[in-house]
Design a protein around this ligand. Structure first.
Ligand code: ZN
Length: 428
């Protein structure tokens, strides 16, 4: 394999340096490195980050290839600067057996745009009543360590306790979709001033917060590890902060859209803003940003949720919930966290690569940008400004809430173990 010299990049936002890739590995990091025999990528002014890791992606294959496939989803991931994604289990069939998780894992390896780490279902068929084959999925070729019924909450406390006990044996984690089902029957949007004015069914903050409170206590009781998916309210932040101060082994994620958008957008009745959990208030958004900055929320995860046009182009109540996010995540984080002074680029690397890799035990990802490490890297033109145009997405679906919105930053190059997957903004 050939050598690549990335010249003059601000590594994690620091002083400009050269990074020499030799084969699958970073050979050297320093100033004035020789370009002898290497292809040169001029990176003047750009920021170099470790390849991003998404702990929460929906790739839809098997079963809903009309909205996304492992191939189109990993091409979208590479476009967004990701080198590893964790694929949620709510496919058809559900990823609740070793056979399904191995199939998804192998498709990721075959396509080669991004490592795909399947997430296993907690319960058979996501039905919440019987534990899935967690051990078999862990021991399979896919080596599953993260389990989630995402899309649905593991609402039965006894099942949740058993799952936490089970994964403890191999250091796994249960990623909870915190949504008390009875409190969200008929829910269409955040319960508050806007829902009252619009007359849409309200989704109260307590539906999320009550499950998080229960689950951190269960994790403490069992001595296991729990991860909270797409935390969306100021109250949830307080519970996680309390749990961490108590020494409970809990981690949490926030999506880019919950860092930027509020329930005021629902006044448009545009179903592109319909998402689970719903967009909350300005106060929640500010609390989430602060919590991501101070480390109470550990990571950013996209919850990339592709839907075909017909599932979104309908009246609000009938529309599917979810937004695509892989190709815009870093831009939203730049706008909401970097340009507000809440995080520097080293902080972004921490929240979007180092920590998600650690939570999910993604081998060879979330590594420092230094000699001897795998050359999985992302180069970002942070000075770029442009309107989001979904027509250019690699994802098979176009349900982005940012169409026409100007966002900063653009990923220009992505390398997966030394192999370019994105070059000058174009998929390789
Ligand atoms: Zn979810």
């Amino acid at each position: 394999m050939s050598k690549i010299l990335i010249r003059g990049a601000k590594v994690l936002g620091g002083e400009p340096q050269d990074v020499l890739i030799d084969g699958q590995t970073i050979a050297q990091v320093g100033v004035g490195l020789s370009a002898d025999g290497a292809e040169v990528v001029e990176a003047d002014g750009k920021v170099l980050l470790p390849g991003l890791v998404d702990l929460h992606t929906h790739l839809r294959e098997p079963g809903r290839e009309d909205s996304e496939t492992v191939l189109t989803g990993t091409r979208a991931a590479a476009s967004g600067g990701y080198t590893a994604v964790f694929a949620m289990a709510n496919t058809f069939p559900v990823a609740d057996t070793a056979g399904v998780v191995e199939q998804v894992y192998r498709l990721g390896q075959e396509h080669g745009y991004c490592d795909v780490q399947p997430i296993g279902a907690v319960t058979v068929g996501l039905e919440g009543t019987k534990l899935a084959e967690l051990g078999a999925m862990h021991e399979s070729a896919a080596g599953v360590t993260v389990f989630s019924d995402d899309g649905k909450c593991v609402d039965d406390a006894v099942i949740m306790r058993r799952a936490l006990e089970y994964v403890k044996a191999f250091g796994g984690v249960v990623a909870q979709h915190a949504q008390e089902p009875r409190l969200t029957e008929g829910a269409q949007m955040n319960e508050g001033v806007v829902s009252a004015e619009l007359g849409l069914g309200g989704w109260p903050a307590v539906a999320e917060e009550s499950i998080i409170a229960r689950d951190v206590l269960l994790a403490e009781h069992v001595g296991s590890r729990v991860h909270i998916c797409h935390l969306s309210t100021a109250g949830s932040v307080e519970i996680v902060r309390w749990a961490k101060s108590r020494g409970i082994d809990v981690t949490a994620e926030v999506t880019p859209h919950h860092l930027l958008l509020t329930d005021e957008l629902v006044r448009t009745y545009n179903p592109v803003y319909k998402v689970n959990p719903p967009l909350r208030t300005e106060r929640d958004v500010m609390a989430l940003r602060e919590a991501l900055a101070d480390g109470t929320i550990d990571i950013v995860a996209t919850d990339h949720a592709p839907h075909p046009h017909e599932d979104k182009d309908c009246e609000w109540a009938a529309a599917a919930m979810g937004m695509v996010g892989l190709e815009t995540a870093l831009s939203v984080v730049q706008q909401t966290m970097v340009e507000t002074g809440l995080l520097d680029w080293a902080g972004v690397a921490d929240r979007m690569s180092f920590k998600p890799a650690r939570i999910g035990q993604a081998q060879g990802h979330g590594r420092p940008v230094s000699a001897g490490e795998p050359a999985s890297l992302t180069l970002v033109d942070t000075a770029y400004r442009g309107a989001v145009d979904p027509a250019g997405f690699a994802s098979r679906s176009r349900n982005t809430p940012y169409e026409g919105r100007e966002l900063p930053g653009r990923v220009t190059h992505t390398w997966l173990r030394g192999k370019a997957t994105l070059v000058d903004g174009k998929l390789a």
